[in-house]
Design a protein around this ligand. Structure first.
Ligand SMILES: [Fe+2]
Length: 287
């Protein structure tokens, strides 16, 4: 079997689904090897995993420090109550080739839907028993491979306006913040629930809200490959312009309700603003 096997008639980038994989058996996905990666990788972060579903995830790194070093955190991962994530592992000389091999399999399904795909990144998540990753969204599309332990993943449909409102979407993309991305008991009723074992993975559509609760018996490991498509970059730019319009007191048309011309005008406005800011900054730096 290849690394990734979907039980789907057809892949659709807008539809979440689970899949099977074999990465949990790979020597590079074992804890000792991943600890070595964490200790040599410049983009490793860690904080407490003793969090509530409702807490902000984008500020957890500053607000929920454990006081432990990375070495102490990893040596005591069974009891340290920690969450460790390793970013940009595609840049690691040992892990880079594996990331490319897995991404090649992902590409077989995804490439035909998009003009281009960029910012392909790979991540490792290591969580102590009982750890919680609060409700949040990320700015990418995600293939999430569960490697070790048990965890429950809750995933929402980002197209559902009762889950992601127009205003929240514009704030999320425009301000790059989770301040308006809030968990509620009402939203919880609409979550899809995945009880993850090693060898199981889940596809998250672009910016799909999610939340993870680790099993209490053992620590867990998961691996992700994320990417951004050309279409997602445009969507993001339109949301940014809408957020700007909202900021100056206007009520922008929702991205899904606007016509093609309005969409293109907003993309043009984004280009003009970005160019203006670039030249203003260049002038200032050179002055
Ligand atoms: Fe996430």
């Amino acid at each position: 079997m290849a690394y990734l096997e979907r039980q789907l008639d057809e892949f659709d980038p807008a539809i979440q689904h689970h899949f099977h994989h074999t990465l949990h058996n790979h020597p590079l996905m074992q804890f000792d090897e991943l600890s070595r990666l964490a200790l040599r990788n410049p983009k490793v972060r860690f904080h407490s995993a003793k969090l509530e579903r409702t807490q902000r995830f984008d500020t957890a790194r500053e607000e929920h420090v454990t006081g432990l070093t990375l070495q102490e955190t990893l040596d005591n991962i069974d009891v340290s109550g920690s969450f460790v994530y390793i970013q940009e592992i595609e840049k690691d000389p040992v892990y880079g080739p594996l990331v490319q091999e897995v991404y090649k399999e992902i590409k077989k399904d995804t490439l035909k839907f998009h003009k281009s795909i960029s910012r392909v990144e790979a991540w490792i998540f290591i969580t102590s028993p009982g750890g919680v990753t609060p409700y949040h969204r990320d700015f990418e599309t995600n293939h999430y491979f569960h490697i070790k332990g048990k965890k429950t993943l809750f995933l929402w449909d980002p197209r559902d306006k009762e889950i992601v409102s127009q205003e929240e979407n514009e704030y999320f993309h425009g301000v790059h913040s989770l301040a308006k991305t809030l968990y509620t008991a009402e939203k919880f009723k609409k979550a899809s629930k995945y009880d993850l074992d090693p060898a199981m993975g889940v596809f998250f559509p672009f910016t799909a809200p999610h939340m993870v609760e680790n099993g209490t018996d053992e620590f867990s490991i998961s691996f992700s490959i994320t990417y951004t498509t050309a279409e997602d970059i445009q969507v993001r730019r339109v949301h940014k312009i809408n957020q700007l319009l909202r900021k100056i007191g206007l009520k922008p048309t929702d991205i899904e309700k606007q016509n093609k011309l309005e969409y293109q005008l907003k993309l043009g406005a984004h280009w003009v603003l970005r160019t203006f800011i670039f030249f203003a900054l260049s002038d200032w730096i050179g002055s």
